[in-house]
Design a protein around this ligand. Structure first.
Ligand SMILES: Cc1cc2nc3c(=O)[nH]c(=O)nc-3n(C[C@H](O)[C@H](O)[C@H](O)COP(=O)(O)OP(=O)(O)OC[C@H]3O[C@@H](n4cnc5c(N)ncnc54)[C@H](O)[C@@H]3O)c2cc1C
Length: 402
C-alpha cells in the first residue's frame, strides 16, 4: 500500500512527487503512474515560469539543472494593434525586476523541464509505474487504481495530475464548467539574427495575442492565436510562407527568422472542475483547471497547487495522521479554488477585452494600458502578482520546504 499515488507525470505530477520526497523523506511511500514516463516525444511547448515557480524548483533541488536552459525575462512590451497596422504603438512596458533585483519570470522549453524532473524523480527512488490508470475503486480506507497493464495499486491518497482529459476526474464523476474559445494557439520555435535582450513582446490583435517570447541564445518561441480555420491554413503553409506571416506581425527588429521545427497547434479552451477533491482524491494542474495561455499562467497554477498540497500535508504526515483524510482535502479545496477562479476570470476577461475590435472599446483599453504604464507603483504590484509572490504564499513558492 502506498501513502500517495500520483496519476500523471507532467510538470505538475512530477513536481509534486519530488516536493513530497524532499519535504518528508522516505517515510512517505510515493508512487507515480504515467504510460510515457521517460519516453516522451519532444514537443515545441514552452512556458514562462514565474519567480514563485522558480523558487519551488530551487527548493526541490532542480533549479541548478534548469537554469542554463532558462532565459530570464528582463522586460515585457505590450501593444494593441491590427494585423496590417504599419506601426504597433506600445501601451505598456515592464522592465522592473522584483524588489531583490531578480527577474520576474523565465522562459523554458517544457521538454527540458520535464526531462530534468523525470531524472530527479527516478534518482529519488519514487516507485514508477509505466502504465495508464483505467479505473479506480473506492475501498473506504484507500483508493485502488486499476492500470491498463492489469496491475492494481492502492493508496491512502490519489492525486489526479493526468491533464486536461483527466481519467481520475471522470472516474470520480467530477464535471467541469468551461467553454471553447474557437481559437487555436500556433506554437513554434524560431532562430533569429539579432539578440532579443530578454524582452518578451505581446501584440494584442483582434483574433488574439501574438507573443514573441525569448529563449536561450538567439531563439524565441511564438504563441500566436487565430480562429481555428485560419490557424489550420497557417499550419499548412511552407516554412517560408509561415515565416513571412510571422514577419508581417512582428516586424524586422530581430532580423531574419528561421523555423527550428514545424509549428504545432493547441486548441484553446477554458475549464474548471466543479470540485478539486473527492473521497481520498485531489486534482492538480490541468486536471483541475485549464486557462487561456495569454497570461502564461497554466503551468504556474499547477505548481501553486503542488505548493499548497505539500504544505497542507506537513502536519498530518508529521503527526502520523491519515494523508487522505477529509480535513486535508477540504483545506486543499479552500486554498486553491478561489485563487484558480480569480486567475481564470482574469485571463478570460483579458481575452474578451482584447478580442473586441470596436473603436470605443479599443480606445478605452488603450487608455487603461497607458494609465497603468505611467504608474510605477501599480506596475510593481502587477509584477509581484504576475511573479506569483502576492498574497498568502506557501513555503515552497518562497523557496523553502514546508
Ligand atoms: C499554447 C500554450 C502555451 C502555454 N504557455 C504557458 C506559459 O507560458 N506558462 C504557463 O505557466 N503555462 C503555459 N501553458 C499551460 C501549460 O503548458 C499546462 O498548464 C501544463 O503543461 C499542464 O501540466 P500538467 O502536468 O497539469 O498536465 P500535462 O502536461 O498534460 O501532463 C499530464 C500527464 O498525465 C499523463 N496521463 C494522462 N492520462 C493518464 C492516465 N490515464 N494514467 C496515467 N497517466 C496519464 C500524461 O501522459 C501526461 O504525462 C501553455 C499551454 C498552451 C496550450
Amino acid at each position: 500500500m502506498h501513502d500517495i499515488l500520483i496519476c500523471g507525470g507532467g510538470v505538475a505530477g512530477l513536481s509534486l512527487a519530488l516536493s513530497l520526497r524532499r519535504a518528508f523523506g522516505e517515510q512517505l511511500r510515493i508512487g507515480l503512474v504515467d504510460p510515457v514516463f521517460g519516453e516522451r516525444e519532444s514537443n515545441v511547448r514552452t512556458s514562462a515560469l514565474t519567480a514563485g515557480s522558480r523558487n519551488l524548483l530551487e527548493a526541490i533541488g532542480i533549479w541548478p539543472s534548469i537554469a542554463p536552459r532558462a532565459q530570464p525575462i528582463l522586460g515585457m512590451k505590450i501593444t494593441d494593434s491590427r494585423r496590417n497596422d504599419a506601426v504597433r504603438p506600445m501601451f505598456l512596458a515592464f522592465e522592473e525586476p522584483l524588489d531583490d533585483g531578480s527577474p520576474f519570470a523565465w522562459m523554458i522549453q517544457n521538454a527540458d523541464l520535464v526531462a530534468v524532473l523525470e531524472q530527479a524523480v527516478a534518482d529519488a527512488g519514487i516507485d514508477i509505474f509505466r502504465s495508464a490508470v483505467s479505473r479506480i475503486k473506492d475501498q473506504g480506507r484507500a483508493i485502488e487504481l486499476i492500470l491498463r497493464d492489469g496491475q492494481s495499486r492502492a493508496a491512502r491518497l490519489v492525486v489526479g495530475a493526468d491533464g486536461v482529459q483527466s481519467r481520475i476526474r471522470r472516474a470520480c464523476g467530477i464535471e467541469t464548467v468551461g467553454r471553447d474559445y474557437d481559437r487555436t494557439a500556433i506554437v513554434a520555435t524560431l532562430a533569429h539574427e539579432e539578440d532579443h535582450a530578454g524582452v518578451a513582446v505581446q501584440h494584442f490583435m483582434p483574433a488574439g495575442p501574438f507573443a514573441m517570447l525569448p529563449l536561450t541564445g538567439r531563439r524565441s518561441s511564438i504563441v500566436w492565436t487565430e480562429p481555428n480555420d485560419e490557424a489550420r491554413s497557417y499550419l499548412a503553409m511552407s516554412d517560408e510562407d509561415f515565416v513571412a506571416e510571422v514577419d508581417r506581425r512582428f516586424g524586422p527588429s530581430l532580423g531574419r527568422f528561421q523555423l527550428e521545427a514545424r509549428p504545432a497547434a493547441f486548441p484553446l479552451r477554458v475549464h474548471i472542475a466543479r470540485r478539486f477533491t473527492a473521497h481520498r482524491v485531489a486534482l492538480i494542474g490541468d486536471a483541475a483547471h485549464l486557462v487561456h495561455p495569454l497570461a502564461g499562467q497554466g503551468l504556474n497554477l499547477g505548481l501553486r497547487d503542488v505548493a499548497a498540497l505539500t504544505g497542507l500535508l506537513a502536519d498530518p504526515i508529521r503527526l502520523g495522521l491519515d494523508v487522505g483524510g477529509a480535513s486535508v482535502l477540504a483545506a486543499y479545496e479552500r486554498a486553491r479554488y478561489f485563487d484558480t477562479v480569480a486567475m481564470m476570470a482574469g485571463t478570460d476577461g483579458l481575452h474578451r477585452l482584447f478580442a473586441n475590435d470596436s473603436g470605443p472599446l479599443r480606445a478605452l483599453r488603450d487608455l487603461g494600458l497607458g494609465v497603468v504604464n505611467r504608474l510605477p507603483r501599480l506596475k510593481r504590484t502587477l509584477v509581484r502578482e504576475a511573479a506569483g509572490l502576492a498574497g498568502d504564499v506557501p513555503a515552497l513558492l518562497r523557496g523553502r520546504l514546508p
